[in-house]
Design a protein around this ligand. Structure first.
Ligand SMILES: [Zn+2]
Length: 466
């Protein structure tokens, strides 16, 4: 654990007198110390890099030289104003604009930051945007993502990268990325505690002051976000950055202790704002969900009788990736990286959460390793971590999937519905190094009825990735 001994900033008495303030007790800025962390800064970088690659694929990233250059300058100026002892040399900073209208920005462990156009549109002065960037940068410097992981248990870094990306992106887009790797894990990792929020606010205020911006502008942006929170759709930003209480007040109080330094960043803000106006209109995070119909997907009603698998089969394709035969009375439910085939009354809402009780899922997820055993272990750990009722009931055993070496792992335990559930996890590596999986899900009482169908579906899988 690092200690952050910091020098006090004391205004020269002459300056105070010149300002007509008379004799004043100068308060020092708050000392912000990084929380306990079991991970290395290198692991922060690895995690953030993998998650950022997924975010860049899924997000409407803006590739405009002028906007990119502005954001990069603003970001680098903040990094330069950061405390040296927190700015790990391995960190790799990047500042990516995104054409989304929600007021939001987020930074991933180790440095990648994404800033929504909606922040620029909402900001009247540059300090509002720069302030939120400084807050995000503070999370990176204090390594809050991996500190969160430290608080709970050891996670394998590779297993959570996709999870984090999925959780951040959220909604219809996040689901696609998260499927197979998230299971609620990433959402939890990137949701900061109120303590961490206050740390990021205070360190962010200190950094922006040193970079030449008034921290009161950050407080102003928070007021705008709070106003938006009273509307119908609470800002996404608040769901991962909860208000610790009195946010605006303590940022202003901190600002009173700080000297605003000379500004090193140029004047590109107005031009960048104008440039945004020339781009296609921003999209909304909810667009994709709406296009897909939105709401909870269901096949029948949970709790009603589930018919046995039909003995007739139909053939389905999973994009360019695989072909499979499934019982004719199962319904296909598509995602971007996975597809479920569900028995009637086997997928739907149960006491406010979406549950999947009878059927199979085939999909692809990021592999944590080129080694099948290690990649499978990470994948299975991710499933178990987020489904507390489940545990491994049969250790991984060699299987063949589409004539390739695979592993089959058995899980068992109490499902969200209260029933004892059996889950089969079959995995093999694809040519591109990602992990293909075939999951079977059934309550124990129906296991015998579904066993033959699960085998037949598994044996029918034809991978076509090479
Ligand atoms: Zn935050």
């Amino acid at each position: 654990m690092m200690s952050a001994a910091r020098r006090r900033r004391v205004l020269p008495l002459a300056a105070l007198l010149a300002a007509g303030l008379g004799v004043i007790a100068v308060t020092a800025q708050t000392v912000v110390t990084p929380p306990k962390n079991r991970y290395t800064p290198e692991q922060d970088v690895q995690l953030g890099k993998e998650a950022a690659a997924e975010v860049r694929q899924q997000y409407p990233v803006i590739t405009d030289d002028q906007i990119n250059a502005y954001l990069d300058r603003a970001g680098r100026a903040l990094v330069a104003a950061s405390p040296q002892n927190l700015n790990h040399p391995v960190f790799e900073y990047s500042f990516t604009p995104v054409n989304l209208k929600e007021i939001n920005a987020f930074a991933l462990p180790g440095g990648p930051m994404f800033v929504n156009r909606g922040m620029f549109d909402a900001a009247e002065v540059e300090g509002e945007v720069v302030g939120v960037m400084a807050h995000e940068l503070a999370h990176v410097l204090l390594r809050h993502g991996t500190a969160n992981a430290t608080k709970a248990q050891r996670f394998q870094v590779g297993a959570v990268a996709g999870a984090i990306a999925g959780a951040i992106i959220g909604g219809g887009w996040g689901d696609a990325i998260a499927r197979g790797s998230q299971f609620g894990l990433g959402a939890w990792l990137m949701k900061y505690s109120r303590d961490y929020e206050k740390q990021a606010d205070l360190l962010g205020a200190q950094i922006m002051a040193r970079a030449g911006y008034d921290p009161r502008d950050l407080a102003k942006m928070f007021e705008a976000i709070e106003r938006e929170a009273k509307g119908n759709t609470p800002p996404q930003w608040l769901s991962s950055h909860p208000n610790p209480g009195n946010r605006v007040q303590y940022i202003r109080a901190e600002a009173d202790t700080l000297t605003i330094g000379p500004r090193t960043n140029g004047t590109g803000f107005a031009a960048a704002k104008a440039r945004f106006a020339t781009l296609p209109p921003p999209r909304s995070m909810s667009d994709k969900t709406n296009a897909g119909g939105g709401g909870t997907t269901s096949v029948g009603t949970i709790g009603r009788p589930v018919p046995p698998p039909d003995t007739r089969y139909k053939t389905a394709r999973g994009g360019q990736l695989f072909q499979v035969s499934v019982p004719a009375n199962w319904t296909g439910v598509n995602g971007e990286n996975a597809v479920k085939f569900v028995a009637e009354n086997g997928l739907g809402d149960f006491q406010g959460q979406s549950v999947f009780t009878h059927g199979v899922e085939l999909g692809v997820t990021r592999a944590s390793s080129r080694n099948l055993t290690a990649a499978t272990e990470s994948f299975v750990n991710a499933i178990v971590s987020s489904n507390p009722g489940l545990r491994v009931s049969r250790d991984p055993q060699p299987v063949r999937i589409s004539q390739r070496s695979g592993l089959g792992t058995g899980l068992a335990g109490r499902a969200a519905t209260g029933e004892i559930e059996r889950v089969g996890v079959y995995t093999t590596l694809l040519a591109d190094g990602s992990l293909f999986y075939y999951l079977t899900v059934v309550p124990e009482r129906d296991a015998d009825t579904f066993a033959a169908a699960f085998d037949r579906v598994g044996n029918s899988i034809r991978l076509t990735d090479r």
